[in-house]
Design a protein around this ligand. Structure first.
Ligand code: GLC
Length: 728
């Protein structure tokens, strides 16, 4: 089902976002076809190319629009433009962005075929992260821990509103890959390990973005999150069964939600670069999943077929392979001319048919018609809204308490705060913040204002608590202060990074941080470790076991400090639950909750399982039930808050399936029930599990697979409740 575009526009209007007139696809396609008919070969080739917007700025770098930008449009004829993950116009202000993009749109209307401007795409993956002054939200991994798709939708809608204010139309977001190997540098960009729990988040993100008038992009199709050795863009070996049971559900959900575009995986699957895989980009994406929108490449990935994968001899054959495999639009930031010449050669020699080129160009034009780019429209406000309250609410929904020997909440005495993450915007925001490699990287010096944990703990200390914050550089002075403290809060974390630069094969913190932790624990004082990281971190066992408290803060965004301080002081709880399995050692990397029984016997127990998290209260479950409904299985359970404080009960529903001849997860996560409950409150919560979530894909080792809901006895587990149900 395509997202009801008209509804989207009305919804967008009501949400205060810039209402973007969006046409139902048929109308959009009709208008696109009319433009296509009048286009030359060169214009069609330009239409399926995406150029870096620097090509149109002075000196082809960060600057104002170049005087000859109109002529450059007329020469390159790009269908789309983008900024690299750290590239900005000048002035690099919200107004500067809005004016530059509006200016490029106006020039596109004057110089491009049919007066249809190039559409601008960008990675606004946790707010409009390149624009100074933008509020930055928790990265997806923390939102995965919140298990709150409604919150994800709200954040996406707020992001869309800010994008529209900046005259941006297209977000290369959400990441629909799974986080199943924490060594991988993009683990934090995922919503977690579990296909169906991630699928619910993808539906929310797509709905939020597109109801706000911005095109969403499901990325990176498919299997990008399970690269060999956890190395970004390494080859992934994925069976047909794993493909259907694990990797397709989030993309299927996003397509059902009406995602207007999909971005291809830069890596390779089963020895085939995805950008040259007809199986993946056409048979699967179009044939099996029914995607009808725009398929965009990732960065320079047709060139990489020649230079990196070495699977194609030259750019012409690589272009033909990729375009014929299904790539509609090539993200070729710095050399559209070279691509244009290669594609022209491929069409002229028949390697790429005219029909295929027309199909790709039509999808590009239809995409833009759906976004309203075929009509003049009001300019964005050029003002970013203040979303700090939303960012704080989001940050408060994420932290996960993993250990607490009563050191928390901090109620009295002298608290010493230290550690490199106690007041670091760079660490707190993570990658894709100002620069794709994080604050302080690249050529933009802007440092976003953030609420840090040091400032927030000092500013909001309750009566009876005194807080001092000391940087960890002067170790002697720090340890002297530590000797006088009653509790030490140390904030540690990974340096910001993205993609392969964020790979962390040892799941470790920098040695200096481990030494700091060791020194602080050597004082004998209770140590509360707050981790700002994009993955599970492995600490030396002798340190891990002696922590008085351990908080996983993920990458909490602009308001992370204030939210964490509230949780550490007990004014709020720790609602986050792990959206992934936390391994106890490197040998357990890749261990997930849905690991099936296998010849090796029971899977090792992880350090912390999927869904784990402590809080200042406790919950129990009772009265579990499962009943067949028209659209699935309704699972109900009564959740009781048995503690002294209010809190959020989040429980994963796990299904045990009847034997079907193939290995299957002993307990497959298929849904979540979640509610904030006052102390002593009991509430019956329910969720309907669509039957497709119970499908198994059977078939022999090297055969094709067939999905079905196998007749037999099922069990549904929620908390301590387990209920049986036979299907059909
Ligand atoms: C990058 C990423 C992709 C991003 C694109 C544009 O290489 O793989 O996620 O959207 O390039 O920045």
């Amino acid at each position: 089902m395509r997202w009801p575009l008209l509804g989207a526009a009305l919804l967008a209007a009501s949400a205060g976002a810039q209402a973007v007139p969006r046409l139902p696809q048929a109308g959009a396609e009709t208008r696109a076809r009319a433009v296509l008919q009048g286009m030359t070969l060169d214009e069609k080739i330009g239409q399926v190319s995406m150029a870096h917007f620097f090509r149109f700025l002075e000196g082809r770098k960060s600057g104002p629009i170049a005087p000859g930008a109109g002529d450059i449009f007329a020469q390159l004829l790009p269908g789309a433009t983008l900024n690299g993950g750290g590239d900005a116009p000048q002035p690099n202000t919200p107004r500067g962005w809005a004016d530059a993009l509006r200016g490029l749109e106006t020039l596109g209307r004057q110089h491009l075929p049919g007066g249809v401007p190039a559409v601008f795409g960008t990675d606004a993956v946790h707010g409009v992260n390149n624009v100074p002054g933008a509020t930055l939200y928790p990265h997806n991994l923390g939102l995965g821990a919140a298990f709150d798709p409604a919150l994800t939708r709200e954040l996406a809608r707020a992001t869309a509103a800010d994008m529209r204010a900046m005259n941006m139309d297209w977000n290369f977001s959400p990441v629909a890959d799974l986080g199943r190997d924490p060594r991988w540098g993009r683990f934090y960009e995922t919503f977690g390990e579990s296909p169906w729990l991630v699928a619910d988040q993808i539906t929310a993100a797509v709905t939020g973005l597109q109801s706000g008038g911005v095109a969403a992009t499901l990325k990176h199709f498919v299997g990008y999150g399970s690269p060999g050795l956890g190395r970004d863009r390494a080859n992934a070996e994925i069976s047909m069964r794993a493909l259907h049971e694990l990797y397709l559900p989030p993309f299927r959900a996003g397509i059902r939600a009406g995602a207007m575009s999909v971005m291809a995986n830069s890596g390779s699957v089963n020895g085939v670069p995805v950008h040259a895989s007809q199986n993946i980009l056409t048979d699967l994406l179009r044939g099996e999943l029914g995607f009808k929108g725009l398929l965009v490449s990732d960065w320079n990935d047709i060139d990489r077929l020649v230079g990196t994968f070495k699977t194609h001899a030259d750019l012409v054959t690589a272009t033909a392979a990729s375009v014929n495999a299904g790539i509609d639009l090539y993200m070729v930031p710095n050399d559209v001319e070279k691509y244009g010449a290669a594609l022209k050669e491929a069409v002229k020699t028949g390697l790429v048919s005219q029909e295929r080129l027309d199909e790709a160009a039509l999808r590009m034009l239809t995409f833009k018609a759906e976004l309203g780019l075929m009509d003049t429209r009001p300019a964005g406000s050029s003002v970013l809204a203040d979303h700090r309250a939303l960012a704080k609410r989001a940050a408060a929904a994420t932290p996960t308490l993993l250990e607490n020997d009563q050191a928390l909440p901090l109620k009295k005495g002298r608290v010493l705060v230290t550690g490199p993450a106690m007041d670091s915007a760079a660490t707190q925001l993570g990658g894709w913040s100002v620069n794709w490699q994080g604050v302080g990287k690249g050529n933009v010096g802007y440092v976003p204002k953030v609420s840090t944990i040091a400032t927030a703990l000092k500013a909001s200390a309750p009566a009876g608590v005194t807080v001092s914050a000391l940087p960890d550089g002067k170790r002697e002075a720090l340890l002297t202060a530590a000797a006088k403290a009653d509790t030490i809060v140390v904030a540690l974390g990974e340096a910001p990074a993205a993609e392969s630069q964020a790979d962390n094969p040892s799941l470790s913190l920098p040695a200096a941080q481990v030494q700091l932790l060791r020194d602080l624990m050597g004082t004998g004082k209770p140590v509360v470790l707050v981790l700002m990281a994009g993955r599970p971190i492995l600490l030396p066992e002798e340190l891990q076991n002696r922590l008085s408290a351990l908080v996983m803060a993920y990458l909490p965004g602009s308001e992370g400090g204030a939210a964490l301080a509230n949780a550490l002081y007990g004014r709020a709880g720790f609602p986050g639950r792990l959206p992934f399995t936390w391994p106890g050692n490197l040998g357990e990397v890749g261990l997930t909750a849905d690991r099936p029984p296998e010849g090796a016997g029971d899977a090792p127990l992880p350090l912390y399982p999927l869904g784990f998290g402590l809080d200042y209260t406790a919950f129990r479950t009772a009265d579990g039930r499962a009943e067949k409904m028209a659209d699935g299985v309704k699972v109900s359970v009564t959740v009781i808050n048995t503690g002294e404080k209010g809190g959020t009960g989040t429980l994963i529903v796990r299904a045990s399936l009847p034997p079907a001849g193939n290995l299957e997860a002993a307990k497959r996560p298929v849904g979540v029930v979640r509610a904030e409950l006052k102390r002593g409150e009991a509430r019956t919560l329910s969720v309907t599990i669509p039957l497709e979530r119970l499908e198994v894909f059977t078939g022999d080792a090297y055969g094709s697979v067939t999905g079905s809901v196998v007749p037999g006895q099922y069990a549904f587990e929620v908390g301590s409740e387990s209920v049986q149900l036979s299907l059909p």
